[in-house]
Ligand binder design. Structure first.
Ligand code: FAD
Length: 471
């Protein structure tokens, strides 16, 4: 009987334990993606990126003699319908770790078991299952460094090759189409601009990894903090949708380390930051929308997402060039350099004294590499409310950050048009990407900050002091 392979955030054929097991089970494989409430709740850019990823997966499946079936509705109902239609005897999937997915999947598993259908979930979105890493006391880790030390020497399996053929069923179940779904319609702005900066699918992911391992990993430790330099792997968007397995990235890093490449260990550490984010989210899911640290609920943040300061931040019009460049990179490419994420997030939560949830939600709307765990951890880390966070009072000075990490100004001038005689293509692309209602043009005068850096810093420290006093 057929096995249903329920694809979710694992849009690949290689190193896919649930797929390999489905093929090994014998019988045809029905590759299914379900547009359920979790998909509908995604932000505009993640949805748009998902459409690209699904199109790429469908092509890969066709090359392997199979097909991607698309259905919408609540996951349990859709699975039961497809089981009825095809006589499938088993459903396989790879585990996710956010609370909504966990709840959905356990309900699905119970319902399938009840009706006598095999239900198997597999690891693959992470290197280390969150429950397989624990402190000596049996608790979860709340600090990164000991987490890293606990996992770095662990033996991990080899990656598994993609099956060369994925047996097709005798008759195909009905499928909806990606164009009917219109997942990219949510980008009611210049999706085609962003598309020029985004590649999707397993092949693109493998190419990105190969390029990084060949040309960039050696200098990664030295160069990764400069937003104007293409020094990082750019793997996050593929990892987010599982177009490449973290294990493939890990093994490439290990090979580079064995070959004596300097930056390789730093790269492995970054992959483990992703693991740490998942470890935290799994053990402490409130991290997704509540301050992780005690006492922070009374912090004097602005929580209104519609203030002029928030709009200026979203538009890259705060008047602080490094922040504005970062926000425009986000809008045009769907990504933002990690250093720039830290600076832009710090400016919002400290100088502008806005709640980190406002920034988290905007990133969720705009990032093609959006990841629930890394985004929440990143925001809480910067804001000071999170586990192992930067102390609140250590406030990044954006000017100092710009001088240190964008010394020659190439990042700022690449993304900002205002005040430049001859702005480059990326700076201009911003105006094709934004909604008309923003009414911005490259000839606008450069933005002026609503307060000086010193004023913002003092206000932030005063708010922090008040919270401390109240505690
Ligand atoms: P590389 O430097 O090449 O790193 C390799 C991989 O390691 C990345 O692809 C990523 O999977 C992982 N990684 C690196 N840094 C981090 C980190 N700080 N936290 C977790 N994983 C990391 N990353 C996301 O994938 N999705 C998000 O939604 C996201 N939101 C963020 C929000 C804020 C406020 C901050 C400060 C960081 C956020 N990050 C997020 C982490 C980081 O900025 C990106 O993973 C990184 O910039 C992606 O570029 P890269 O693939 O070239 O990274």
């Amino acid at each position: 009987d057929p096995t249903i392979l329920w694809f979710r955030r694992d849009l690949r054929l290689s190193d896919h334990a649930a797929l390999s097991a489905a093929v090994a089970r014998g019988g045809p494989v029905i590759a299914l993606f379900i547009r359920d409430a979790q998909v509908d709740a995604l932000g505009a850019a993640p949805k748009f990126r998902l459409e690209m990823g699904l199109a790429a997966l469908a092509q890969r499946l066709e090359a392997a003699g199979n097909r991607l079936i698309l259905r919408s509705g609540p996951a349990r109902e859709v699975l039961e319908e497809v089981i009825e239609e095809t006589g499938a005897g088993a459903v396989h999937w790879q585990r996710l770790y956010d609370p909504e997915a966990i709840e959905r999947d356990s309900r699905v598993k119970a319902a399938l078991k009840k009706r006598g259908t095999e239900a198997h979930s597999f690891a693959g979105h992470l290197l280390f299952e969150p429950w397989q890493v624990a402190t000596q006391k049996g608790d979860f880790y709340k600090v990164y460094s000991p987490f890293w030390r606990a996992v770095k020497g662990r033996d991990l399996p080899e990656t598994q090759a993609a099956p060369s053929e994925i047996p097709a069923p005798r008759a195909w179940p009905d499928s909806e189409t990606l164009s009917d779904w219109g997942l990219s319609a949510a980008m009611n702005r210049g999706a085609e601009v962003v598309a020029q900066h985004v590649s999707a699918g397993e092949e693109a992911a493998q190419q990105a990894l190969a390029l990084f391992a060949r040309d960039r990993i050696g200098d990664y430790a030295d160069q990764r903090n400069f937003p104007g330099v293409a020094a990082t792997s750019d793997l996050s968007q593929y990892l987010s949708l599982g177009e490449i397995s973290p294990l493939s990235c890990w093994q490439a890093g290990q090979r580079a380390m064995a070959a004596g490449k300097d930056g390789a260990e730093t790269f492995l550490k970054e992959l483990v930051w992703r693991e740490f984010a998942y470890h935290l989210m799994y053990h402490s899911p409130a991290m997704l929308d509540e301050n992780w640290r005690e006492g922070w609920q009374d912090f004097g943040w602005n929580e209104d997402p519609d203030t002029p300061d928030v709009l200026a931040w979203k538009q890259g019009r705060t008047g602080v060039e490094i922040v504005d460049a970062a926000m425009r990179e986000l809008y045009v490419t769907g990504r933002m350099h990690n250093r720039a994420r830290m600076v832009a997030a710090s400016y919002l939560t400290k100088h502008l004294l806005c709640h980190w949830r406002i920034g988290q939600a905007w990133f969720e709307e705009c990032l093609v590499d959006w990841d629930p765990a890394s985004n929440a951890m990143g925001w809480q880390w910067v804001a000071g409310s999170g586990p192992d966070a930067a102390p609140y009072f250590r406030i990044f000075n954006p000017d100092t950050q710009a001088t240190r990490f964008d010394r020659n100004g190439s990042y700022r001038s690449r993304w900002l048009a205002e005040g430049q005689g001859d702005p480059g293509p990326e700076a201009l692309a911003f105006y094709d990407a934004i909604p008309r209602a923003w009414n911005l043009s490259p000839g606008d005068a450069p933005a002026r900050p609503s307060l000086t850096l010193a004023e913002g810093r003092e206000r932030a420290l005063a708010a922090y002091g008040e919270m401390k006093d109240a505690a």
